[in-house]
Design a protein around this ligand. Structure first.
Ligand code: S3P
Length: 182
């Protein structure tokens, strides 16, 4: 985590839509969501954490016990619920935008910001964290990364270079937000 991050709220920001963060596992959605929340004064919801709180199970255990299909059902319900709220940040799980209904829900009240990181950045951030159920080994994750790349780009309203510090990523998002407002 970057200790130099300036957490002072930017009072010039007054949005009336949700900020949705998308991107592959390890692109920084959770960290960016937390810092951005401080900056713009929005609450942040992480879809994986929401599901874990609702079910009392870790994402990893949901995959193990009930399978990915069931996780995707829970994810869809979670996204539908969160999308009905306004002025929040939604940090999505890496597979959320593969489902068109989820994209529709997320766009209904929000703008999608893709945190676009190179595969080498992803691998260094995941750093052998095998707690993610879909992160089995480097080859399988690479395949998934390239299979999904196009879908991430097609569903994004804004593409943010995520091969940078968390603070710089937040700054880039904020400058896009200011443009939309004009
Ligand atoms: C997934 C990404 C994970 C989590 C689940 C499935 C995916 O979230 O939702 O393990 O399909 O890419 P993160 O992107 O926060 O790791």
């Amino acid at each position: 985590m970057d200790e130099s991050i300036n957490l002072i709220k930017d009072s010039s920001i007054n949005l009336d839509f949700n900020i949705v963060l998308t991107g592959f596992m390890g692109c920084g959605k959770t960290s960016v969501g937390k810092f951005l929340a401080q900056k713009i004064g929005f609450k942040v919801f992480d879809t994986d954490l929401y599901i874990e709180n609702e079910t009392g199970l870790t994402v990893s255990n949901i995959f193990k016990i009930y399978g990915e299909k069931y996780f995707r059902v829970l994810e869809k319900v979670c996204i539908k619920n969160l999308s009905s709220l306004s002025k929040i940040i939604i940090s999505t799980g890496g597979g959320a935008i593969l489902d068109n209904d989820n994209v529709k829900s997320l766009k209904q009240n929000g703008k999608i910001f893709l945190l676009d990181a190179n595969f080498s950045t992803i691998i260094s951030r995941l750093n052998s964290d095998f707690s993610r159920p879909l992160f089995k080994n480097k080859d399988s994750i690479k395949k998934l990364f390239y299979e999904r790349k196009d879908k991430y780009i097609r569903t994004a309203d804004f593409i943010i270079d995520a091969n940078q510090s968390i603070e710089q990523i937040c700054k880039d998002i904020i400058s896009k937000i200011k443009i939309i407002k004009k």
